[in-house]
Each structure stands twice: as C-alpha cells, then as structure tokens.
Design a protein around this ligand. Sequence first.
Ligand SMILES: *Cc1c(COP(=O)(O)O)cnc(C)c1O
Length: 227
Amino acid sequence: MKQRLQAVLERIRQACERCGRDPQRVRLVAVSKTMPAERVRRAVEAGVRILGENYVQEARDKYAQLADLSVSWHFIGHLQTNKAKYVVRMFDLVHSVDSLKLACELDRQAARRERVQPVLIQVNISREESKSGVATEQIEPLVREVAVLKHLELQGLMTMPPFFDQPERARPYFRKLAELARRIESLNIPRVSMKELSMGMSGDFEVAIEEGATLVRVGTAIFGARR
Ligand SMILES: *Cc1c(COP(=O)(O)O)cnc(C)c1O
C-alpha cells in the first residue's frame, strides 16, 4: 500500500512537472469506498491526507472507528437529501451536489450546526443517463441559486467522464469542465469561487492534472481492486 501510494504521488508530481503546474495545487483524495477501516488506517499512516467516501452509512462506521486519526474526509458519491444531516457533520468537502433541493438541505443542516459547508457541483458533461450530475447548460442557474445559500461555500466543480480504456479519450471532458469553471468564474458571482476542479481517477488522473485538476480521486491505484 505504501509503495502504491508513493507511486501515485510520484505520478502526480511528474504530471505537474510536464505541464508546469505547482504540485501543491493538486491534492490526492484516496477513495476508500468498500475498504475496511483497518486498511484505511494503514493508508493514512502511509501518508494519505484526504479520504473519499461514496456511501453515508459505510463512511459513518469508518469515521467512528478512525476518529483518532487526523485526516480529512470528502464525500464523493451520490447523496440523498435525507442523508444530508450526517454529511455536514463529517465531511470537509462534498464533491457531488447535483440539485437545488440537495443544496438547500445541506444549507439547512449546516445552519443548524452553525457552520459553513464547502461544496462542489457535479457536472454531467457526457450526459450519460446512468451518471448523476447537472447538465452543462443548467450549471449557471444552479450556481446563482447556490451562491445565495449562506451556509454553503461553493468552491468549484466535479465531473466523472465515461469509462475509457485509453485515458486520452477522457481529456475532452476534463477540458470542458475547466472551460466551464473559467466561464463561471468570469461572471464574478458574489461568494462563488471556482478554485477547485475535482476530476481524474486511477485510469486517467494524469490527463486530468494536465487539464487543470486540483483534486484527483484515486481508489484502485492505491488500495488495489475492489471486490
Ligand atoms: C470509485 C470512485 C473513484 C475512484 O475510482 P478508481 O478507478 O478506483 O480510482 C473516483 N470518483 C468517484 C466518484 C468514485 O465513485
């Protein structure tokens, strides 16, 4: 595990070097879904700083078992509105806001806890039926609505392209997300920043970095195959 993690960090560093980016601006989210708490603990001991989880109940169990660790938790999966209350308590960043209804509920739960919840909006660039996320043309109106929710802080966008064997084929989707973020940034909407771009997984994170990713979500390349 330690070796695999080191290899991923080295590949991130090299990708940054190739495209002249500061490696400090690319953070690794180690996607630990389905991995038992003890394995996740070893990953954190090996140097993982951010964990990405997809399922609320699973994450709650692990969070309780790993409460002694100093590590940041990010929520990256599809989130049902009725689970928003757990998420606000545990996660430093929610990557997967995909509706105004969910945003409003996260805002309400964050208000109850007197905190401000950082979030990203998930964009469905490829328009695949099976993927969650908001269609590109609906992003601007949603951003404007989320911007006025005082207990949310919108920090950027996330996407998940279709699965390809060749990472190069994912490049156009990453590029489109970066373009969309620049366009939103240029609107200068109060309280909206587009500083984070969450894109790239085990098979394609280097391409995503070349296109501007600031958060790469890598599971298999660190933990091995999921069962
Ligand atoms: C599972 C998952 C990942 C990690 O995928 P790997 O191919 O194992 O690196 C990244 N992002 C999301 C949203 C996921 O669900």
